[in-house]
Write a protein that binds this ligand. Structure first.
Ligand code: PMP
Length: 337
């Protein structure tokens, strides 16, 4: 018989898939690592397991404890999934700008969602930061993982994501392209790949180059932190989990280019992924275009496109922000009367 003991056993060990259609003019092999295959639908399941297991090991989380985190996205889903399997309660604090759908997903996994007003200053007692801090002090046995500073987040990628890429490419990966939000993925995966390839001869590809992909405007690629539409990546401050010494280069990508590529990945490669995945592929192809046939470029695709159907995959939304230049419309069936 072949089965998993629980959903937790299905986290990680995601597949690598070769891109065949969006790679015109590229001689190098471009492989994507498909993180939506994780049970919670994103790469964040990996950090959820590791952050919770580390908190158990160090006694910060005791049986029956409560996890409190200000998050509305993929990290919330990962934490909710792991927490329920291990018998912990979850409370997520989300600003009211977060859509109903995202809150509903967290609630579907059994988590409690506390909604805070968006239009208050960060130091207001009603802000999302203040409310989560207050809940942690008020609830007995509460623990806040804090994905922006928790070393277990990059640690999980150092222990799983990086080694999987090395193993599945038989140690031939030459470049790894990764978008950064909290910085956990690029720091942990990048650190592992650079260390393991440190003494690889130049003839075999030399040390793996780590390329950051970043929304234009974010601080990682020299921006001011001005807003952009791609979700989950880029920052307006420097989180503790982003190690600046890891990326060899960071490439800025526009929203328009990120979204156009996200749509192409769905239509041409059969990969329905999110906007940060499209962004990373744009950066990867820019790098790959100048590389020889022997190069092996791995790109991490963090989540699924299902959460973006009303935005990136909606012509009206795309057009309203000027992201559709014409010709890329999703075909609409005629209504037969
Ligand atoms: N893409 C998406 C969709 C994400 O939710 C995140 C996490 N914020 C990332 C990319 C970036 O990952 P990290 O936080 O590890 O830098």
């Amino acid at each position: 018989m072949k089965y998993a003991q629980s959903v937790l056993d299905l986290i990680g060990n995601t597949p690598l898939i070769k891109l065949n259609h969006v790679t015109e003019g590229v001689k190098a092999t471009v492989l994507v690592k498909l993180e939506y295959i994780n049970p919670g639908g994103s790469i964040k399941d990996r950090i959820a397991v590791k952050m919770i297991e580390e908190a158990e090991r160090t006694g910060k989380l005791l049986p029956g404890g409560t996890i409190v985190e200000p998050t509305s996205g993929n990290t919330g889903v990962g934490l909710a999934l792991v927490a329920q399997q291990k018998g912990y309660k979850c409370i997520f604090v989300v600003p009211d700008k977060v859509g109903e759908d995202k809150r509903a997903v967290l609630q579907a996994y059994g988590a409690e969602v506390v909604v805070t007003p968006t239009s208050v200053a960060p130091d207001s007692p009603q802000s999302y930061y203040s409310v989560s801090d207050r809940l942690v002090t008020e609830i007995p046995g509460a623990y806040k993982p804090d994905q922006f500073s928790n070393p277990a987040a990059p640690g999980s990628h150092y222990e799983t994501t990086g080694p999987e890429i090395w193993r599945d490419t038989d140690g031939t990966v030459t470049h790894c392209v990764i978008g950064a939000g909290t910085g956990g993925t690029i720091t942990g995966t990048g650190r592992f790949l650079k260390e393991i390839s440190a003494d690889r001869p130049e003839a075999d590809g030399g040390r793996v180059r780590i390329i950051g992909a970043d929304p234009e405007g974010s601080v990682y690629s020299g921006g001011t932190g001005r807003p952009y539409f791609v979700e989950g990546v880029g920052e307006d401050m420097w989180p503790a989990n982003y190690d600046k010494s890891v990326p060899d280069a960071v490439i800025a990508v526009t929203d328009a280019d990120s979204f156009a590529m996200t749509r192409r990945l769905a239509r041409e490669e059969g990969l329905l992924v999110g906007g940060s995945s499209g962004m990373a592929v744009v950066a990867a192809l820019q790098v790959a275009r100048d590389l020889p046939e022997s190069a092996v470029v791995v790109v991490i695709l963090p989540d699924s496109g299902r959460g973006y159907l009303a935005k990136i995959f909606n012509d009206q939304w795309m057009r309203s922000y000027g992201f559709l230049s014409g010709g890329e419309e999703t075909s609409v069936g005629e209504v037969i009367k």
